[in-house]
Write a protein that binds this ligand. Structure first.
Ligand SMILES: Cc1ncc(COP(=O)(O)O)c(C=O)c1O
Length: 519
C-alpha cells in the first residue's frame, strides 16, 4: 500500500506542476483551454471532422461568444461563465464535470498568489514561513466550514485516492493494535511520538484480545476504484474480510436493511460513497450511519467506523459531517473547481477516531500525513471551499435547472420511447448535475456516439474506466440497468457555467450524430 500511495503522491506532484505552469499562463490572459478537455479533445476528435483543422480544434474563445438569449437561468450561466474561461474549448462543449472541473478564476488567483508570495516553508520561523503557515491555516478553516467540521479534523492529502487509502489503512491498523494482547504500552508510546495523540484512538488498556479473527469491512458494489480496489486487495492478501453490499436494483441506493444484514461481530469499517459518480444517486448516509451507531451501542468491540467518499457530492449538494454522523469523509478538490489535491475529514483524528499515517517523515499535518505542505494547492482548495460555502445554493439551482432542461430537450428531440435515463430511480435523490441516459438503437453504443459527436465532450462512465473498451459500465448493470441500455449509456454532467445554449448545441450535435449512425 505504501508503494501504491507513493506512486499516487508522485503522480499528484507531477499533475500539480503541470497545473502550476497552466495556472501561471492562464491567470493573466483569462481565456483558456482545460488540459483535461484538451486530452479528451484529442481522443474524441472524429475522423469525419477533418474539415476543421487541429488549430481550430484548440481555438480559444471568450465567453462573449456564448449565446445570451434567454431568461434568468441564462443570466446565471452568463454570470458564472464569466468566471469560467476554461469551460468551452474551441467549438466543443465540455459536459464531463463529474470527471474533473476547471479551476475557478478566484482559485487560480489564490494559487498564483501563494506561488508568488507564500513560497516559504510553512515550518520556518520567519516571515516567509509564517505567510505560508497562515494560508494553510485559513484553508483548513475554509475546508472545515464547507463540510461543517472543525479545522483540526481536516488532514490534507494528495487527493481522493490517498484519502480513501488512509481510511482503510487506519482502520486496519487500529484493529490490529486493538487485537494484540498487551501491546497497549508500546502502541501509545510509539504513536504519540509519530502521529498526534493516538492513545485514545487505539486500545483502551485492556489486555485481552478484543477483536478475534480478521477485520471485516463493508463497501457497496458501486464504489469508486479507490475504495473498491483497496478493499479487494485487502481481501486478496488475507488482511481483511470484505462484504460488498449490492445496491437496490430499484432505487440504485444501499438500503439500510441490506447493510445491517452484512454486519458481523468483527466488522470494523463501513465505507459507502455519498453520491455515485455515474448515476448521481445520493446514498442515505445519515440513516445508514444512525443504524450502524445503534449496532455500536449494543456491542463494545470492535467499534464500526463509518466512512463516506464525498468526492461527487461536494460543491453540488449540502454536505455536513455532523448531520451525516460519519467518522471519515473524503474531499476531492478537482471535483469542485479546485486543483488536484484533497483532504480527509476525521472526527477527532487520533483521539475520537483512529488515524494512523501511511507515510513517516517531517511531522507536518500533526504527523498524520508528513511531507512539506503543498501551500499553493492547499490555498486553492481553501478558496474553492470558501466559494462552495458562499454560493452552493446558486450552484445547485443552476446545475439542476440546466440538467432538467437537458433532459427535457433529449425527450423532445428523440422521443420518450427512444431515451432511457439511468439517473432516475424511484424514491432516490440524485445529484443536480448528472444525466446518465441511453439513446436506444443497435448502432448507438455510447463510445461510438461520443466518438462521432462534433461538439459534445462527455464520457460513458468513470474517467478511470475510459480504457475498458465497449464493456457496459458495471455500475449501471449493478443498478439494474439492462446490458443493452447500459451499452448505449452516455454520462453528461453539467457545470456551474453550462448554459441553455450549450445544452441546445449538444442536443443538436447528438441529433446529427444519431442521424448519421442510423443512416
Ligand atoms: C467518487 C470518487 N472517489 C474518489 C475519486 C478519486 O479522487 P482523486 O482523483 O483525487 O484521487 C474520484 C475521482 O474520480 C471519484 O469520482
Amino acid at each position: 500500500m505504501l508503494y501504491y500511495t507513493n506512486i499516487v503522491s508522485l503522480w499528484s506532484t507531477i499533475t500539480n506542476i503541470v497545473y502550476i505552469i497552466y495556472v501561471s499562463i492562464l491567470s493573466d490572459c483569462y481565456c483558456s483551454v482545460d488540459l483535461t478537455c484538451m486530452s479528451l479533445l484529442e481522443t474524441n476528435t472524429p475522423s469525419s471532422s477533418s474539415s476543421s483543422s487541429s488549430s481550430n480544434q484548440y481555438q480559444m474563445i471568450s465567453h462573449g461568444q456564448l449565446d445570451k438569449s434567454s431568461g434568468p437561468v441564462q443570466a446565471m450561466a452568463e454570470r458564472v461563465s464569466e468566471r469560467h474561461p476554461s469551460q468551452v474549448t474551441g467549438d466543443r462543449i465540455y459536459l464531463d464535470y463529474n470527471a474533473t472541473t476547471p479551476l475557478e478564476p478566484a482559485v487560480i488567483q489564490a494559487v498564483s498568489e501563494a506561488l508568488r508570495e507564500a513560497w516559504g516553508n510553512p515550518s520556518s520561523n520567519y516571515i516567509a514561513g509564517a505567510k505560508a503557515k497562515a494560508l494553510i491555516s485559513k484553508a483548513r478553516d475554509d475546508v472545515a466550514t464547507m463540510v461543517g467540521g472543525k479545522a483540526e479534523d481536516i488532514v490534507f492529502t494528495s487527493g481522493g485516492t490517498e484519502a480513501n487509502n488512509l481510511v482503510f489503512h487506519s482502520v486496519l491498523e487500529n484493529f490490529k493494535r486493538s487485537s494484540t494482547a498487551g501491546d497497549q504500552s508500546s502502541t501509545a508510546g510509539d504513536q504519540s511520538s509519530t502521529a498526534g495523540d493516538q492513545s485514545s484512538g487505539g486500545p483502551s488498556g485492556e489486555t485481552q484480545n478484543r477483536n478475534p479473527g480478521r477485520p471485516h469491512i463493508i463497501i457497496s458494489n458501486v464504489e469508486h476504484d479507490s475504495v473498491k480496489l483497496v478493499a479487494e486487495n485487502l481481501q486478496k492478501t488475507g488482511q481483511a474480510e470484505v462484504t460488498c453490499v449490492a445496491v437496490s436494483m430499484v432505487t440504485g441506493r444501499v438500503e439500510v436493511e441490506d447493510l445491517l444484514v452484512a454486519v458481523r461481530p468483527n466488522t470494523c469499517l463501513v465505507s459507502i460513497m455519498l453520491a455515485n459518480n455515474e448515476t448521481g444517486v445520493i446514498m442515505p448516509i445519515r440513516e445508514l450511519c444512525q443504524r450502524v451507531n445503534d449496532v455500536n451501542k449494543q456491542r463494545r468491540h470492535p467499534r464500526i467506523l463509518f466512512h463516506t467518499d464525498a468526492a461527487q457530492a461536494l460543491g453540488k449538494i449540502h454536505v455536513d459531517v455532523a448531520d451525516l454522523g460519519v467518522d471519515y469523509l473524503t474531499i476531492v478538490g478537482h471535483k469542485f473547481y479546485a486543483p488536484r489535491i484533497g483532504a480527509l475529514y476525521v472526527r477527532g483524528p487520533g483521539s475520537g477516531t483512529p488515524l494512523y499515517p501511511m507515510f513517516f517523515g517531517g511531522g507536518q499535518e500533526r504527523n498524520f500525513r508528513p511531507g512539506t505542505e503543498n501551500t499553493p494547492m492547499i490555498a486553492g482548495l481553501g478558496k474553492a471551499a470558501e466559494l462552495v460555502t458562499a454560493n452552493l445554493h446558486d450552484y445547485e439551482n443552476h446545475m439542476r435547472t440546466t440538467r432538467l432542461y437537458l433532459e427535457q430537450r433529449l425527450k423532445e428531440v428523440f422521443g420518450e420511447e427512444k431515451v432511457r435515463f439511468s439517473s432516475h430511480f424511484p424514491g432516490s435523490e440524485t445529484l443536480p448535475n448528472t444525466c446518465n441516459f441511453s439513446i436506444l438503437g443497435p448502432h448507438l453504443r455510447g463510445r461510438k456516439v461520443l466518438s462521432c459527436c462534433k461538439t459534445l465532450l462527455a464520457s460513458v462512465g468513470a474517467a478511470c474506466h475510459s480504457d475498458l473498451g465497449d464493456r457496459p459500465s458495471h455500475i449501471l448493470l449493478s443498478c439494474g440497468v439492462s446490458p443493452e441500455v447500459a451499452a448505449n449509456a452516455l454520462r453528461l454532467s453539467v457545470g456551474r457555467a453550462t448554459s441553455r445554449a450549450d445544452v441546445d448545441a449538444v442536443v443538436e450535435d447528438l441529433r446529427n450524430t444519431v442521424r448519421l449512425l442510423e443512416s
